[in-house]
Design a protein around this ligand. Structure first.
Ligand code: TTP
Ligand code: MG
Length: 353
């Protein structure tokens, strides 16, 4: 039996700004693009809870935020500062739960299955909240449950400044009355398709549970099968510590050994694109690119280039990888059997940069 917690800072960027300038406290505060008296472009990064009362939220156009509350304090994004605070928060969380998975600057799951009971888990969850407050002067909300989905939903329910535990025996009564849109993975479009199917304008998780598994799969494919499980509180997704990932690589073995650039170059570019897609989806940036060239007869060459700084820029790495490939084959050109690309020396690079 697992016990998982999710720690998520309340209105993270805004809270940091309030702490830096205590006179902002109690006033609506918006962090994001320059509002330029309502003509500004760009969006809201986040808003404190006072500003949320006016309907302001993340990703809202800044012009709209200005219209809703022109008297709010509008501040630019000071990412350097937020990243520093984020590192400190993550250190605190890792001190409490050794196995963690950071999902954004202000949010991390922790496996606290070493707690034998939910009472113990409550003490630990309170401890992480208290430590974040004592050391950083910031408020976090913590959700606890038997898996990531329940921990996440409990955290959302408990916001702001909350702590909510949903024990296995309480999962059903926690989920049943919720609107299906509260289940992670059910966006507005999926919700609409489900509502149309059951001919209801609002649908609860209890309604969702009445649907046949096969109908869900016919309607939504793989997601349908997953939702059948989620509606029952089942989520076996593991916690994957970002520290466990040391490199990202892809290889391709040619069906026939080849010397034809029209065959191997598109494959090489595809490998680069695919390691990059993975890098981005894991929220990493990388410093080192390595290429692996295996010729007919298994002679294998690897060449690497380490950049001066971490990067997520595919064009930078593509250029380096191409140079490395050229250096490996010029003057030594034999039929190619395999090509590979590896990114290593990874650093966690949160979203929203
Ligand atoms: P969230 O945790 O989603 O939001 P939050 O911490 O501001 O508020 P909540 O109390 O609801 O958790 O995101 C963390 C930070 O990430 C947020 O403070 C700003 C940034 N962010 C963006 O820049 N753009 C976005 O669209 C979102 C959702 C967040
Ligand atoms: Mg948050």
């Amino acid at each position: 039996m697992r016990i998982i917690f999710l720690v998520d800072m309340d209105c993270f960027f805004a809270q940091i700004e309030e702490k830096a300038n205590p006179r902002f406290k109690g006033h609506p505060l918006v962090v994001g693009a320059e509002p330029n008296h309502g003509k500004g472009r760009g969006v809201v990064s986040t808003a404190n809870y006072e500003a949320r009362k006016y309907g302001i939220h993340s990703a809202l156009p800044i012009s709209e935020a200005y219209r809703l509350c022109p008297q709010a304090i509008f501040l630019p994004v000071n990412m350097r500062l937020y990243e520093k605070v984020s590192e400190k928060i993550m250190d605190i969380i890792r001190g409490v739960a050794p196995l963690t998975e950071q999902v954004s600057l202000d949010e991390a799951y922790g496996d606290i299955s070493f707690c034998k009971t939910y009472q113990e888990a409550r003490v630990l969850a309170q401890k992480v909240k208290d430590e974040i407050f004592a050391k950083e002067g910031l408020i976090a909300t913590v959700g606890v449950g038997p898996n990531k989905m329940i921990a996440k939903m409990a955290c959302t329910k408990a916001k702001p400044n909350g702590l909510l535990l949903v024990e296995p025996k309480g999962v059903e009564s926690f989920l049943n009355p919720l609107n299906i849109k509260e289940i992670p993975g059910i966006g507005p479009k999926t919700a609409l398709r489900l509502q149309n199917f059951v001919k209801k304008s609002a649908m609860s998780v209890e309604d969702l549970k009445k649907m046949e598994k096969q109908d869900l799969i016919d309607l939504l494919g793989i997601l349908g099968g997953e939702l059948y499980q989620r509606a029952r509180g089942i989520d076996e997704t593991p916690i994957v510590s970002e520290r466990e990932i040391k490199s990202i690589s892809k290889e391709h073995t040619f069906e026939k050994d080849t010397t034809d650039p029209e065959v191997f170059l598109p494959i090489f570019e595809g490998l680069i694109a695919s390691v990059f897609a993975e890098l981005k989806s894991q929220n990493f940036s990388a410093k080192t690119v390595t290429i692996i060239v295996r010729f007919k007869g298994f002679e294998t060459h690897t060449k690497a280039k380490t950049l001066e700084t971490f990067s997520q820029d595919i064009e930078v790495f593509k250029k380096e990888a191409m140079l490395l490939l050229l250096r490996s084959i010029v003057g030594n050109f034999k039929p190619l059997r395999l090509l590979g690309v590896r990114l290593s020396h990874l650093e966690y690079a949160p979203k929203f940069l």
